[in-house]
Ligand binder design. Structure first.
Ligand code: ADE
Length: 419
């Protein structure tokens, strides 16, 4: 069935030409995914299969969708965040034949409605980023569970939710942990987030980072990247953590480590990237310096308690695209970026194309693995097979023109020996 002209909810279909240009640019910088697309076009691993996708609807995501369609899939896609869809890309994808249910700037009710519309296409496979598709399938729309054979999850937050479901025996189909692949979190979470978060913050604010104090809330793979790039931009960097081992790592990486309550008084920029709620809350806003900039890089908009900030403020107004000023009764002003939603996608274009080349190649291979091997996997979080991770790494090296050594027979024998 051709969804093309019949299915979809987008802001403005006439934006398609701009979206197409963005997609062409991304595609030209995603050579590994291009190779996979070529093999999918020949082998058609998704012939007869429907795929529902919840991802940030922007150019790199469109390249993944194109790859799945080249492999024979009928794809329906919704955004995985109310503020990250790029309307021109959504329009272009619709024109390219996907069923697109995605608009930028929707409220939570419409956001969920659009996700449900993708599930109403009765998918065999799903791709989720943050876990909302899986949650809907296991709560309000259990009636749509039957056709689903399995799926793949993109992000740390989604994996946390899936693990909780797995522990309770609630998960009804296998979900591949793409985030757990080395070619995902080592590069996407660290270098991707590290760059795209500062891209978003700098675009939104147009302020200098050098010489300022940056407070990074959370030192997982994403936090490591955000802190590393803040240092590279010339900031003094403070890390806050709840995990003692990560705190030592941050300390030995050369960052100051202290509780948020202390950091609150000295930070110029605050970036939350912990995966947890209320990392910045009333007690912190009360201590912050006039002019402090607050940004969230975690998947959900729960890390900065915006409700508390709004309740403390005497006024709230938009001062630039993606920047709101909260005036406090004592005369201080705090600036919140992108409504506290993930700043790299709400105020920027997300991770660089060359990084998403690896992440989305993994997604494509994970989906083919599921299409072929879903039977017997059960309601579990499944690791992506190591060979697929290595396949992406080798293709990436090849496209980068980087050769590496191989073990000699003697070296292999040496490693196999224990005496
Ligand atoms: N572009 C598409 N999906 C993304 C993600 N999960 N993070 C950053 N950029 C993206």
């Amino acid at each position: 069935m051709d969804h093309a002209k019949t299915k979809g909810i987008v802001r403005d279909p006439s934006l398609a030409p701009e979206g197409k240009l963005k997609i062409e640019w991304a595609r030209a910088h995603m050579p590994v995914l291009a190779r996979i697309r070529e093999s999918f076009a020949k082998e058609r691993p998704f012939e007869g299969l429907r795929v529902a996708v919840a991802l940030h609807v922007e150019a790199k995501t469109a390249c993944l969708v194109g790859t799945l369609m080249a492999g024979g899939a009928e794809v329906a896609i919704a955004g995985c965040n109310p503020l990250s869809t790029q309307d021109d890309v959504a329009a272009a994808l619709l024109e390219e034949g996907a069923a697109v249910f995605a608009k930028r700037g929707v409220d939570m009710r419409e956001y969920e409605e659009l996700l449900v519309r993708t599930l109403e296409t009765k998918p065999h496979l799903i791709i989720d980023d943050g876990g909302d598709l899986v949650t809907i399938l296991h709560t309000s729309r259990r009636d749509l569970l039957d056709t689903v054979r399995g799926g793949a999850e993109e992000t740390t937050t989604g994996i946390h939710r899936l693990r909780a479901m797995e522990r309770q025996g609630a998960l009804r189909f296998p979900m591949v942990n793409v985030n757990g692949a080395q070619c995902k979190h080592l590069f996407d979470n660290r270098y991707g987030t590290g760059q795209s978060v500062w891209d978003g913050i700098n675009r939104a604010t147009n302020l200098v980072v050098a010489g300022k104090t940056v407070v990074v809330g959370g030192y997982g793979w994403c936090g490591r990247g955000v802190a590393m790039r803040a240092k590279g931009l010339g900031a003094k960097v403070i890390v806050t953590e709840v995990d003692p081992i990560r705190a030592i790592e941050a300390h030995m990486d050369g960052f100051s480590v202290m509780p948020m309550k202390e950091a609150a008084a000295v930070g110029d920029y605050f970036v939350t990237v912990s995966g947890n709620r209320d990392v910045l809350r009333g007690e912190h806003f009360a201590r912050m310096k006039d002019g402090a900039v607050l940004a969230n890089a975690g998947h959900f908009d729960v890390e900065i308690n915006v409700r508390e900030l709004a309740a403390m403020a005497v006024s709230r107004r938009k001062v630039r695209e993606g920047v709101e000023a909260f005036a406090l009764p004592d005369g201080r002003t705090l600036y919140l970026l992108a409504e506290g939603r993930l700043v790299n996608l709400a105020a920027g274009d997300g991770h660089p194309a060359e990084i998403m080349d690896m992440s989305f190649s993994l997604q494509a291979l994970a989906l083919r693995y599921l299409a072929e091997r879903h039977a017997g996997l059960g309601g579990r979080v499944v690791d992506l097979p190591r060979e697929l991770d290595e396949q992406v790494a080798r293709l990436k090296l090849e496209t980068l023109g980087i050769a590496i050594d191989e073990l000699s027979r003697e070296q292999r024998e040496y490693l196999d020996n224990w005496f």
